[in-house]
Write a protein that binds this ligand. Sequence first.
Ligand SMILES: Cc1cc2nc3c(=O)[nH]c(=O)nc-3n(C[C@H](O)[C@H](O)[C@H](O)COP(=O)(O)OP(=O)(O)OC[C@H]3O[C@@H](n4cnc5c(N)ncnc54)[C@H](O)[C@@H]3O)c2cc1C
Length: 535
Amino acid sequence: MQNTSASAAQDERPGPSPGDDGAASRQASRAPRGAGARGASRAPRAVVIGSGFGGLAAAVRLGVRGYEVTVVEKLDEPGGRAYVHRQDGFTFDAGPTVITAPFLFEELWQLCGRNLADDVDLRPVAPFYRIRFHDGVTFDYTGDAAAMRAEVARLSPGDVAGYERFVKTSEAIFRVGFEELAHVPFGSWTDMARIVPDMMRLESYRTVYGLVAKHVKDDRLRQVLSFHPLLVGGNPFSTTSIYSLIAFLERNWGVHFPIGGTGALVRGLVSLIEGLGGSVRCGAEVRRIAVEGGRARGVELASGERLSADVVVSNADSAWTYRHLVAPEARKRWTDRRIERQRYSMSLFVWYFGTRRQYPDVAHHTILLGPRYKRLLEDIFEKHVLADDFSLYLHRPTATDPALAPPGCDAFYVLSPVPNLLSGTDWPATQERYRRSIAALLEATVLPGLEGALASSRLLTPQDFQDRLLSFRGAAFGPEPVLTQSAFFRPHNASEDIEHLYLVGAGTHPGAGLPGVLSSARVLDRVVPDASKFR
Ligand SMILES: Cc1cc2nc3c(=O)[nH]c(=O)nc-3n(C[C@H](O)[C@H](O)[C@H](O)COP(=O)(O)OP(=O)(O)OC[C@H]3O[C@@H](n4cnc5c(N)ncnc54)[C@H](O)[C@@H]3O)c2cc1C
């Protein structure tokens, strides 16, 4: 996958200029094909920094709109947080595993005149999650209305009516929060002012937990219905209740997993980009965004190579983009001080492991809730201390695709939400002790005999989020999704500071998670000028 095709923009020209024969012939040889074909020379150039889902989706959309697109990626393979580790015969998807909103992927394929189903075999996963409380009681969270009612009744008979009200509320929030707001730019105060009445009506000033607590009384059920913000880096006790829309999104379109793993979606998107004549260059770290006269002109790689561009799209972490890739004198809004003062999401400790035996009773997605909920989240988000206890998410992809492990084996990862690097934890010194305590809990609960069955192991810590993925403070999901850092208050998709610089991905609007970052790329269709403007 490395260096999938040659650079599309290797010189130092600020953009296409009529009569440049060299450029015309170079571009003619890579004229976009397929649905994005314009058949013309001098297609404007777009450089996308980073090949996370947001960057790849942006590259597809720009390619379809007639741009000649080069994605430059620091790592040796595309995917970003969705990087794929292959070791000891196991395939480990590094990050996203709960695939929701498949229609957002289908749309990208359709834009290219292709069908997602021809390239990626997405399978529905049931239950969505098996939630295991500290006392060993479990709750199967599904999209089936009757089954969910029965599960709620089993846990707390008095809460069934309240649960139904919560589901209705989640749908109402989805209709506004997702359908009307997720793919539109929030470039001005008036954009924000326009949505205030809807936000008041939907009680967006409440937190996710506050909204859930309004409807159901049982403490365990409140946890079941409020954990979703953790999937996008938010604390249910401080994230705006807009994020309750995730419950409806899952219920209506289901939770999916691709055969071959999430990496199959990454590979599919790369093939769309290449089908449009674009390229994905791996092992190419951007050191600087070139800005002249307040306008982005291209990027400079760590190797010293310069790529000129008409538009630059950064899929790198938004805080990192401004703090490290744009010179301070080019930033009026995103000053170092403002970047430092943002609140950043939690980080994650992830242990990928393979076992030489199988655990067929373990669901594809299991959530193991610890003894503390609110206090643990306070430790993570507010106090920034690494606690001794934890709540875990356990992934067993081989429940859906056995080919992700050697015969007779299981592939797993277990994820523990932990504070970002503000905790000051010395991760290299701590990681093995922390891994062992997680392994002990798994061994005592759902994976008996685990340590003796280990066949493969690797770790991802907050330090890696900073050093490997260049995420400010090692946050796993960019700025924390609180109301004061949402929509207009989040780094804008069209840079406030620099013309022709655009941002996609978790650190910009609407936010983290695959639906969020794919939607951020959709916003580009509204803010990036038509290719014809540059011809
Ligand atoms: C462990 C984990 C589990 C998750 N599970 C889920 C889930 O189940 N479902 C879900 O919807 N979401 C999940 N998420 C969240 C989701 O994965 C992310 O929000 C999303 O993938 C982020 O995509 P992105 O577009 O922001 O890019 P990223 O994936 O953050 O990629 C950014 C890319 O930019 C590259 N880059 C950075 N700086 C430079 C530079 N200077 N030069 C060149 N390249 C650079 C990086 O190397 C990286 O490849 C999970 C996240 C993690 C970490």
